[in-house]
Design a protein around this ligand. Structure first.
Ligand SMILES: [Zn+2]
Length: 275
């Protein structure tokens, strides 16, 4: 059965020296596919190269491209949109726009600049019927505010830190919630309650590797091969057998990416016609 990491930063410096090992470790742990998520146009070429390497190792790989809010002080709206437009005309066509969003925990990043960068990319995605991958930090209400006022094609809130009510507001907007390493921490009771109660149809799995390692890997870099640990924690919380849960999650993942996962999959058995 497919095990897809919906959020991994393959081109990260932390993977530069041993990406082949990282990819083999993922395969050995049953991961079958990775959605590589971009952070800035200057890194898109490295990201594509890492995706090619993932396919060479036998994984499926797909690309989401976008400018992350942490780059909002260096990448303007025009540059961000030009980067997306360039990528759209390559063989590595985005299956989603991300990582985009708002980070209000970073006091040095101007909120107005972030809002402008986010909404411009949200609009660009909507024009192409692409889902968006959202970075949310102390910004859930503002993100929902924009989603209610802009046309969009849904997406996923990744590394979600908000309340169950905020999660519900995203779900009402047609969004999924990414389940990452945070769920593996034994003391994360608030998170556990939320992940137990959210509609099963709204959940997808992610690692955010090399960031946000789970409980057993505190202080280390995170790896896409740790994805099954997040699945196991979620299965335990939901009182479900892992494979039964995974089947549901896979359905959600396909729906999230609007059946584009066949595109550039690097696996002819899974390939569907690109839209
Ligand atoms: Zn990320």
């Amino acid at each position: 059965m497919d095990r897809i990491d919906t959020h991994c930063h393959l081109e990260a410096a932390a993977f530069a020296d041993d990406l082949d090992e990282v990819l083999r470790h993922a395969l050995a742990n049953g991961v079958t596919g990775i959605v590589a998520v971009g952070v800035a146009p200057a890194d898109f070429a490295d990201q594509c190269q890492a995706m090619t390497q993932a396919r060479a190792e036998g994984l499926s790989a797909w690309g989401a491209f976008g400018t992350h809010p942490w780059w909002s002080d260096r990448v303007g709206v025009d540059e961000a949109l030009a980067g997306l437009e360039r990528q759209w005309h390559t063989d590595e066509r985005p299956i989603a726009v991300g990582e985009i969003g708002l980070d209000f925990a970073q006091a040095d990043l101007d909120a107005d600049v972030q809002n402008a960068l986010f909404t411009a990319q949200l609009d660009w995605a909507a024009e192409r019927d692409l889902p968006v991958i959202l970075h949310e930090r102390k910004s859930a209400d503002r993100l929902v505010y924009w989603l209610r006022r802009h046309r969009h094609a849904g997406g996923v809130v990744h590394g979600f830190t908000g309340s169950p009510q905020q999660a519900q507001a995203f779900i009402e907007q047609g969004f999924h919630i990414g389940v990452g390493g945070a769920i593996t921490h034994p003391g994360a009771h608030r998170m556990h309650r939320m992940m137990r109660d959210l509609p099963l149809d709204s959940l997808v799995l992610e690692t955010d590797a090399p960031n946000q390692p789970g409980h057993d890997h505190r202080g280390e870099r995170n790896l896409p091969g740790y994805l099954p640990e997040n699945l196991a924690s979620l299965a335990e919380l939901r009182g479900m057998e892992a494979n039964e849960l995974l089947e549901r999650i896979n359905r959600n993942t396909r729906q999230l990416f609007k059946e584009r996962l066949g595109y550039n999959a690097g696996d002819s058995s899974q390939r569907t016609e690109p839209k």
